[in-house]
Ligand binder design. Sequence first.
Ligand code: ATP
Ligand code: MG
Length: 587
Amino acid sequence: MSDSLKMSGEGQEDVTKVNEGETNERPKHFIEQIIDEDLASGKHKTIATRFPPEPNGYLHIGHAKAICLNFGLSIEYSGTCNLRMDDTNPEKEEQEYVHAIKEDVAWLGYSWNKEVRHASNYFQQLYDFAIQLIKSGKAYVCELNADQTRAYRGTLTEPGKDSPYRERTLEENLALFEKMRAGEVKEGQMALRAKIDMSSGNMNMRDPVLYRVKYADHPITGDQWCIYPTYDYAHCVSDAIEGITHSLCTLEFEDHRPLYDWILEQLNFDPRPRQIEFSRLNLNYTLTSKRKLKKLVDEGYVDGWDDPRMPTISGLRRRGYTPGALRKFCEMVGITKSDGVVDVGMLEFAIRDDLDHSAPRALCVLRPLKVTITNYGDQVEQLEGQRHPKMPELGHRVLPFSKEIWIDRDDFMEDPPKKYFRLAPGKEVRLRHAYVIKCEEVVRDETGAVIELKCTYDANTLGKKPEGRKVKGVIHWVSASDALPVEVRQYDRLFDQPNPESEGDEAGDFTQNLNKHSLTIFQEALAEPSLANAKADDRFQFEREGYYCLDVPRLKNNVQVTVEGSGAQKSKLVFNQIVSLKDSWQK
Ligand code: ATP
Ligand code: MG
């Protein structure tokens, strides 16, 4: 069974492992420089990083950048990287997402340190630390409602005001916090807040909320808790509990760093993890937000989280991307502190480059037009074609050839312009791995549409140049005697605007920027017979068309599709286009 089909679960034995040399051939980025200094100064002996997704959706290409960074560093420095579900928000999180996250990280080629962690594993410790904060006068129970809290908070230009509950006694705070925990307080009625500085220039330091009351069952802790820690409180403490040395996150958390440090300082953690921010990955023509991608799934704009047009890791996997190409792409994007937008063409380049070197060639006719070779007998000849022009070790496959063949409708023109080297009345063309044919007659139906070409072949052109003339064009074909009917799905970008979120009449409604031509299905496509044996992880270059793989949809609730045996016994095989041969968007 192939790696993309196998349920990885905790086990990572079957994935392509990342080798240590993979990340070493470029100048070190600023985070590596910080780590080098920390190791040289003896601040740390080894490093520990973590990847902390919130399980409220499937991971996308932006997360791949964070995964490659965190896991990549742990490999480079022989440290460790934890996988931690940031599951502090009980309402939006689902086990389906937890499962998908593990599968995606493993598929990318990474192994996490020991078991998967959950921030919810630390609920008791987080609670105990909160008591410690209250006891040291650093946290208090506040009874302002949401509107009042907002009003007291001030603005970017005006300082906030102290809450009237800020000066409660320790005993009062402990008793009220216990009431919150015991389920004696309504949602929104009380919150535990850090006591920092209501006039701070940094809004995050204006007595941020640490705990709120929420009567919601948690996927792991069930109804054990009715108070839940906020991200800012849970994240830094979880990092510290796990002994993380470098806590890497995206730039929007820069303003949260003083709070991160403040909390850990009050709790006397030593040594303390250091938060370092890097710029997030933004791609043009692409959404990188789980919330927005969820909208596409929930409202049926796409066929699930793993729709091959989705920028999710599972979508890219089903589309046929390789883990190596995604890692290569993340490496090409690099790690910096400056926000920018990466051209999605770079992602396409990464997979194209990978496949050009490895994908066996195959012939597949997407828009079949019948060709009868009038001077060819009734025999079927078994021709051969190299699987890869530069990899003789991949060997040959058999290409049956007979009197009736199919070519692509787009490879014939009745009235061609100059320099058209494909088939036209009275013109010759070479059939890939076969003979030179000449178009003698065009057959039409009653509406005048071309339905067949009658051609002759030159028997003396197999593996040889024709004598006394030049034939420039080469086209692909399949023999009608053995053609394998397949369905081919051709994809284009999901959005036709470079910035799907800000273009159009109603900026922000990205659904109006969906590309109406993002999916074309060729139901009548015909492939060479060897493709009947295609397996789930095979990738092919359909000559003159692009790169393709077998479509393997992933069923929900952990049920995997298993493809066994030869494709010929099954219903029609479906191939996904991974990427075209050339970048058709470039001007
Ligand atoms: P989303 O908005 O898609 O939900 P998020 O940042 O809220 O993204 P998390 O699950 O919290 O999603 O992210 C886990 C980790 O992945 C975080 O450390 C986050 O910084 C990182 N991450 C998320 N999106 C990107 C991105 N586009 N580029 C780089 N890193 C990202
Ligand atoms: Mg988040």
